[in-house]
Design a binder for this molecule. Structure first.
Ligand code: PEP
Ligand code: MG
Length: 559
């Protein structure tokens, strides 16, 4: 008797829920060239070589712009930003300079990109994230120069699951969700470009999967974006049944219309995270009951100078106006680290994630916070709203006390974010000073696990299912319950429907997530009882790893 080997099962970090069964496709490789072996361009041909280079860079930018024009939302923005980078004067000039001394265009392209990639990496944060974009442009320009097909994702003829080491933003942004029905990458964290676009397009997605490189194009795989697994060559009937079950659950999700409540009637507000008036208006089209996190710093990333109180009032007022009479939580500027603001006067720091960021900016520049609170108070008066206001990166009860005094002086209801383990451990004492807490699980995971949230290599450590992180979340929620004050979660953890149920079991009173996740979170919550949520919460606190925590919660909540 022969027995076939059980299907290979790989696991990673789940990003977008849903189950799909389809063949694997892989992106085309960058053109391989012996750069050092390319001959020097004779002096009289260098001007023509520069023209050839300019034409190739322009063709790549044009194609990206064209794809941007046919895309929407974040996808369009990502494509337009990559197109802009392809025409960035600084790297083009660096390449031309090399051509002028005899380098052929292909070598000049690689050398100029290497120079800027190095610079961006040293700058860290968001700039470092742009290195993938630059390298993507390098490969596209090289292919254009050589007359080769553009590297990147092939357009499949049947629905397929795209497996890659990592994906360039321009590739992910151009995906057709009818043909690319699943996404799996070896690198990339839950906050990577791949993850952001997958969320917008609603494509089931798992990142940081070890062993993915061994799966050949054409292999049949079952991707489960809820559990974070990829099964190679599963039993076809079983795979089809799992897809059908997930599709039924998705249909129930689409029909969810709020408000947030468990099957047995426990109310939990389901709120949206927004960054400006436009995003708030989009959120208002979902069943979100209000805004749990308005990231104000994102309104000003490109500003050279501080916006006036009046201008701030107008910007904040747009968000308040999108949710009249509803809860809106405005976060004061969380500038610094990966979100530097030019006008905040950041010091030069070796370790900006542990430096002067968030509320700490106000220590040396108290006027900045004071003027922002004045702008928020003005917006509240203009729109007849009563927004809640919270400070990011609070480390001590004394910081919470000072912020609360200042906010109350403007007639605003004060709260703080719990993102630093010290504040979570002393949540009870922090709550003596403020009216509510909001747990930022992205930074809480980063600081609890001592792992950079931007690092793809460390994505498994910054997973919010880490029992160490969840222990601090549970302690914070318990402190809120003891004080009779609301404790919400507004980090990515709240966007994971399963984890949202666990957080509810811990006693969290609101869940704030990206608009795209609102329905999935609310729908899942409506299928479970508070007793199940509590059992799942107890279960995740009793295990030793994120994988075990997910499994334990799934066993209780998914049956
Ligand atoms: C968080 O840290 O979880 C959070 C919500 O804040 P941000 O992601 O903006 O740092
Ligand atoms: Mg944060």
């Amino acid at each position: 008797m022969t027995t076939s080997a059980p299907p290979v099962s790989l696991s990673g970090v789940p990003v977008v829920g849903g189950v799909r069964y389809a063949p694997v496709i892989r992106p085309g490789r960058a053109p391989a060239l012996d750069l050092a072996g390319l001959p020097e361009v004779p002096e009289d041909a260098r001007a023509a070589e520069a023209v050839r280079f300019d034409a190739a860079a322009a063709a790549v930018a044009d194609r990206l712009r064209d794809r941007a024009a046919h895309a929407t939302g974040v996808a369009a923005e990502v494509l337009a930003a990559t197109a802009q980078l392809a025409q960035d004067k600084a790297w083009l000039a660096a390449a031309r300079k090399r051509i002028a001394v005899g380098d052929p265009a292909e070598r000049a392209t690689h050398q100029a990109v290497a120079q800027f990639a190095d610079l961006f990496t040293k700058m860290g944060g968001l700039m470092a994230e742009r290195v993938t974009d630059l390298q993507d442009i390098r490969d596209r320009v090289t292919a254009e120069l050589r007359g080769l097909p553009e590297p990147g994702v092939p357009v499949p003829s049947t629905p397929s699951i795209l497996c890659a080491e990592d994906l360039a933003p321009a590739d992910t942004a151009g995906l057709d969700p009818a043909l690319v029905v699943g996404l799996a990458t070896t690198l990339g964290g839950p906050t990577s470009h791949t993850a952001i676009i997958a969320r917008q397009l609603g494509i089931p997605c798992v990142v940081a999967i070890a062993g993915l490189d061994d799966i050949a194009a054409g292999a049949l795989v079952l991707i489960d974006g809820t559990r974070g697994t990829l099964l190679v060559d599963p039993d076809p009937a079983q795979a089809a049944a799992e897809v059908a079950r997930a599709d039924e659950a998705a249909a129930a999700t689409a029909g969810w219309s709020g408000p947030g409540v468990t099957a047995d009637g426990r109310r939990v507000e389901v709120l949206a995270n927004v960054q400006d008036g436009a995003a708030a208006r989009l959120a208002a089209e979902t069943p979100a009951e209000g805004v749990g996190l308005f990231r104000t710093e994102l309104c000003f990333l490109n500003r050279e100078t501080e916006p006036s109180v009046q201008e701030q009032a107008q910007i904040y007022g747009e968000v308040l106006a999108a949710f009249p009479g509803r809860k809106v939580v405005i976060r004061t500027l969380d500038a610094g680290s990966d979100k530097p603001l030019k006008f905040a006067g950041h010091p030069d720091e070796a370790n900006p994630a542990l430096g002067v960021r968030g509320i700490r900016i106000a220590f040396g520049n108290p006027g900045l916070l004071e003027r922002q609170l004045a702008g928020i108070a003005q917006a509240a008066r203009d729109t007849g709203s009563a927004p809640w206001v919270m400070a990011p990166m609070i480390a001590t009860p004394a910081e919470a006390r000072d912020f609360a005094e200042q906010a109350r002086a403007h007639g605003l209801k004060p709260g703080v974010m719990i993102e630093i383990p010290a504040a979570a451990l002393l949540a009870g004492r922090v709550l003596e000073h403020v009216d509510f807490l909001s747990i930022g699980t992205n930074d809480l995971a980063q600081y609890t696990m001592a792992a950079d949230r931007m690092s793809a290599e460390l994505a498994a450590l910054t997973d919010p299912w880490q029992p160490g992180v969840l222990t601090l979340v549970a302690a914070t929620a318990a402190a809120g319950a003891a004080a009779g004050k609301p404790v919400g979660v507004c980090g990515e953890a709240a966007a994971d429907p399963l984890l949202a149920c666990v957080l509810t079991g811990m006693g969290v009173t609101s869940l704030s997530c990206a608009s795209a996740a609102v329905r999935a979170v609310g729908a899942r919550l409506s299928t479970v009882t508070l007793a199940q949520c509590r059992e799942a919460a107890d279960a995740v606190l009793g295990v030793a790893s994120a994988t075990e925590a997910r499994e334990a919660a799934s066993a209780v909540l998914l049956g």
